[in-house]
Design a binder for this molecule. Structure first.
Ligand code: HEC
Ligand code: HEC
Length: 184
């Protein structure tokens, strides 16, 4: 009996380790850029851990189908089917959001704060198809806003953003990016 219990426990252990290893290898390609703790290196790789599942699934699908502008991800997302995208979105959505630790230019961020009133109605928190922007690196935020302004990001969900930023100066966009990047 004792031996039987040990055998069953060993089997359970092996199964759970291999399930864990499968899960890690499933996402390790993604975390090699997006960071194991959700905080990818550099200024232009977005943080995706803790983002809403809906937003992650929509963006991945649109990038895979090349209906959403991206420099790298259109190629990288190719080959994933809808179920795999759902699973990836669920995995990253279940992680803890980690904000950047970059230093904030407080004068620029104060200018951004003054411009941010119109944004908070939608971006107060990450929910459904609206992404969290607080704590993202400012380089990624300004790049994304410029992509909407220059009408490169013309995916369905981007329309609201395009209207919001189309008349903004690049300086205002920088200021907003600095403000939201500093909100940890
Ligand atoms: C070689 C680096 C790299 C790898 C590997 C990578 N990504 Fe990305 N990812 C990026 C970059 C850079 C962007 C910004 C969009 C662009 O320019 O391609 C991005 C954007 C995204 C976005 C959009 C985030 C937002 O806020 O709009 C999601 C979601 C995403 N990646 C998920 C994934 C998943 C899931 C994987 C694994 C299947 C993955 N990425 C693999 C570099 C990478
Ligand atoms: C009407 C709601 C709404 C308002 C107002 C709004 N946004 Fe957005 N924002 C969205 C939605 C929805 C998306 C995702 C669009 C998509 O799928 O491309 C988005 C995306 C973004 C992104 C890209 C994030 C990423 O991870 O790629 C940034 C940056 C951003 N918004 C900043 C702002 C700023 C700054 C303001 C104020 C000037 C603002 N938004 C006002 C709804 C809004």
């Amino acid at each position: 009996m004792y031996r039987y219990v040990i055998a069953v426990l060993s089997l359970l252990f092996i199964l759970s380790v291999s399930a864990w290893a499968d899960e890690i290898s499933f996402v390790s390609y993604c975390t090699s850029c997006h960071g194991t703790n959700g905080a990818g290196p550099g200024e232009t790789i977005p943080y995706i851990s803790g983002q809403s599942k809906e937003y992650l699934a929509i963006t991945m699908t649109e990038m895979r189908d090349a209906t959403r502008y991206a420099t790298l991800m259109q190629t990288l997302a190719k080959g994933y089917n809808d179920e795999e995208i759902e699973a990836l979105a669920a995995w990253f959505a279940a992680r803890q959001w980690v904000s950047n630790t970059n230093k904030t230019d407080s004068a620029l961020a104060a200018n951004g704060k003054a411009l941010s009133e119109s944004c908070s109605s939608c971006h107060e928190e990450s929910m459904r198809e609206v992404p969290r922007i607080s704590g993202q690196p400012s380089g990624y935020l300004s790049k994304a806003m410029l992509e909407y302004k220059n009408m490169l990001r013309n995916n369905d969900g981007g329309a609201a953003m395009m209207i919001g930023v189309v008349d903004m100066s690049d300086e205002d966009i920088q200021a907003l990016a600095e403000y939201y990047s500093g909100l940890k």
